[in-house]
Design a protein around this ligand. Structure first.
Ligand code: PEP
Ligand code: MG
Length: 767
């Protein structure tokens, strides 16, 4: 069809490169759709590309197991080198393109530091080169390269054209007909064997189900457009429809009134209007792709860029675009949301490179058992949502997309940071039994939620809950926890693109107080930095973030930030009791200075004739070891203290809390750490200052048992642990445990875990 026929009366004339791109794509389509072995088709494709791009050489390299790129087809280089020349990723120019997943255009190949000459190819006379990665599913599947005898400058249009062609070629690698008897596909002999992959736990729990590749339903069938003008129309209509759905999610969706979710969706709306992103898709359509293929093309570029990004903020933003691209593909296929895909199994375990929070919220929660991502960070939006929805999630699980086939049985042992694909019957049975036990235990705990958490010998232990999202709040009443012992206020800050103002913060804290319905809430002031970076807070970069400018240090250096938060908290309390706690206090001075800022805000409240909180209690977290040696000076200044055992252990053992290799190395259940904790509890009690512990330890039955044994009477933990800890306490005799702990702590063992476990077993303690 004539290109002019697609143009409306006002459209500018199509530039030459687009005509070339469309013509090339149309011919490619004919070859791809034709019959014959895949090798023959690839041979014809390289000839076609060389002719259309007016160059002497075109070669296609295919990624092979072992991080190799093998020459699969060529015109211009020695035929004999085909299937013989192999380059490692990173080796030579082709290897460099494979390793960086970026195009490379060179007038003079010899001037490039990665140039490596392979004599068997006969490529020495060629001066210039343009190579692009062949990308699929965010991975480099091969490299497509053209070379010319004369020095030649490859312009951006040519780079674009070859990238578009590479995308179509990628389909050849993946098409089912190619798989049969072809060596294009990676070795699949492992695809029936059980596999165990390790990752990082982003949301605890155990899930057993079947793997469903997120996006599996969004296969693009037609790559090359019959009618580009119509594709542009479809694209525009899909954009309007997608923006409409996002608007509706914001105004009516089930989670629309949840402030953090609203923030996330608002960020989405902004991305959905991003002109750069939309413009690139438009250009890809102009080059001759269908609307779906164009979206996928831009998506593939982004996925490849993501693989090389180390900045967590940029990675998260790019993954938001990936989420939107999927959404756009859905709209192009005439659907609105993934929830319409009724074919999801009842026990879906989603497997993806990355997934956006809005996409996750799209899935039918009742069918979703777990989530496994190749990528992801513990602070990513989706991890926050997964935790709030109590979906077990393992992230940074490298290789999962290659290993798990659709509908494969899969076990997500998030607590153990592992994923088992196609487990043997024995393994599966074991996990199934564990899951049944868990379910039974949960039922029992739910039924016990109104029972007092009092030990067999009458010791009362107050169980509180940690929270950080409004989504967490309903658990306060379901679990029967006595209050929120730690409200991590930084989470709403983390999902935004700028600091929330006083009004937005007041509104959020007011809703927290409202939903707590009279139960006490301990608001911890902003604990940003370290493992909780705020994208918009500059100058936090440091070689050692855990020891850097974070938490209260930021609040004291930038008092405007801390004062705004304190003001919002005071306003939200609106005459009710208020508990405020400062994180990462390292010296008594720091606490006193922070408290003065709070006092100033209280004076301000009086000047404005606003209601004062009915009772104000101000506390410090004990999570920096230096404070443990200042307790005699600190305790008279505070109304309460809370031990942050996550950070305290990190600093005591000098072991990064986020590094899985450190997880097993040092045990919090060891005499030195427990001695320190016992001393904090004793000194606080002597001073008449209430003390609690709100690190992860408090939510693990064996650790919680030890804490009760050394004197802790208030523990704060994730909602899902409250029932188990209550059960443990109700089965315990504290007097005999305390005696035993005293003896164990005098030992020099690196861990007393085993002995404590035996004690629990011998004494019928419900762990
Ligand atoms: C801790 O450090 O133990 C704690 C409770 O705070 P966070 O985990 O938020 O640093
Ligand atoms: Mg901490």
């Amino acid at each position: 069809m004539d290109d002019a026929a697609h143009r409306g009366p006002d459209s500018p004339a199509l530039p030459g490169p687009q005509v070339r791109s469309r013509r090339l794509l149309a011919r490619l389509r004919d070859v791809m759709a034709g019959s014959g072995p895949a090798q023959d088709r690839l041979n014809r494709i390289v000839v076609l590309i060389a002719a259309e791009m007016e160059t002497e050489v075109c070669s296609c390299y295919v990624a092979r197991p072992g991080e190799l790129l093998e020459l699969y087809a060529t015109v211009g280089l020695n035929e004999a080198a085909v299937h013989l020349t192999r380059l490692r990723f990173g080796e030579g120019l082709v290897g460099e393109i494979g390793a960086t997943a970026r195009p490379l255009a060179l007038d003079n190949v010899r001037s490039h530091p990665s140039f490596a000459y392979r004599p068997e190819t006969g490529e020495d006379p060629y001066q210039s080169m343009l190579g692009v990665p062949v990308l699929r599913g965010g991975r480099v599947r091969g490299v497509l390269a053209i070379q010319s005898l004369a020095r030649r400058h490859y312009d951006d249009e040519e780079v674009e054209t070859l990238q578009t062609v590479a995308m179509v070629v990628a389909e050849l690698f993946a098409a089912g007909d190619v798989a049969a008897g072809s060596s294009f596909q990676p070795d699949t002999t492992d695809s029936v064997m059980p596999a165990r992959l390790v990752g990082v736990c982003f949301s605890g729990g155990l899930a057993i189900g079947r793997a469903v590749a997120h996006r599996v339903h969004l296969t693009v069938r037609q790559m090359v457009a019959d009618d580009p003008a119509r594709e542009l129309e479809r694209f525009r209509a899909a954009i309007v429809a997608m923006q409409g759905t996002l608007d509706r999610m914001l105004s009516h969706g089930a989670l629309a009134d949840v402030t953090e979710t609203r923030d996330i969706l608002q960020a989405y709306q902004m991305f959905a209007r991003d002109r750069g992103w939309l413009g690139r898709i438009g250009e890809a359509i102009d080059s001759g792709l269908t609307a779906e293929a164009a979206v996928q093309r831009v998506q593939a570029d982004m996925a490849a860029r993501m693989a090389h990004l180390t900045d967590p903020y940029l990675r998260e933003r790019l993954s938001d675009f990936q989420d939107l691209a999927n959404r756009l593909l859905l709209h192009l296929s005439g659907r609105e949301s993934l929830t319409e895909l009724a074919t999801l199994p009842e026990d879906t375990v989603l497997v993806a490179r990355t997934i956006g929070p809005a996409e996750l919220l799209d899935y039918d929660r009742s069918r979703l058992r777990g989530l496994v991502l190749e990528d992801g960070g513990a602070t990513s939006h989706v991890a926050i949502v997964a935790r709030a929805l109590d979906i077990p999630m393992v992230g940074r699980c490298r290789g999962i997309l290659d290993v798990a086939e659709s509908m494969d049985p899969i076990v997500v042992d998030a607590d153990g940071g592992q994923v088992l694909v196609r487990p043997s019957d024995d393994v599966r049975d074991t996990f199934q039994e564990a899951a049944r036990n868990r379910a039974r235990q949960r039922q029992r705990h739910a039924a016990d939620a109104r029972q007092p958490s009092v030990s067999q010998d009458g010791v009362q232990v107050s169980l509180q809950m940690n929270a950080g999202l409004l989504l967490d709040m309903p658990h306060l009443h379901e679990t029967g926890a006595d209050g929120i012992g730690l409200y991590r206020t930084e989470i709403p800050f983390m999902v935004r693109s700028q600091f929330p103002d006083v009004a937005a913060q007041t509104e959020l804290y007011r809703r927290v107080v409202e939903q707590a319905d009279g139960k006490p809430v301990t608001f911890r002031t902003l604990d940003a930095g370290g493992d909780k970076p705020l994208p918009y807070l500059r100058n936090t970069e440091t070689a050692n973030p855990a020891l850097g400018w974070r938490a209260l240090r930021i609040g004291l250096d930038r008092p405007a930030i801390l004062r705004a938060q304190l003001r919002a908290l005071l306003r939200a309390a609106d005459g009710q009791p208020l508990r405020v706690m400062f994180p990462m206090v390292a010296s008594v001075d720091e606490f006193v200075t922070a408290r003065r800022l709070l006092d100033r805000e209280i004076e301000r409240l009086a000047e404005k004739r606003l209601t004062q909180p009915a009772g104000l209690q101000v506390g410090a977290m004990i999570e920096v070891p230096s404070l443990v040696w200042q307790l005699s000076a600190l305790l008279p200044e505070v109304d309460f203290v809370a031990v942050g055992s996550n950070d305290l252990a990190q600093y005591v053992f000098a072991a990064d809390r986020g590094d899985p290799r450190m997880g097993l190395r040092y045990d919090v259940l060891s005499p030195p750490f427990l001695t320190m904790l016992a001393s904090i509890a004793r000194q606080s009690e002597d001073a008449g200052v209430p003390v609690s512990l709100c690190g992860e330890m408090a939510g693990r039955p064996l650790e919680a048992m030890a804490l009760v044994g050394i004197g802790y009477r208030t523990l704060s933990m994730t909602a899902s642990s409250v029932g188990a800890i209550r059960g443990m306490i109700r089965s315990l005799r504290v007097d005999s445990l305390a005696d035993y702990m005293g003896r164990l702590m005098a030992t020099t063992d690196g861990s007393i875990r085993g002995k404590l476990r035996s004690f629990a077993k011998d004494h019928g303690i419900d762990l």
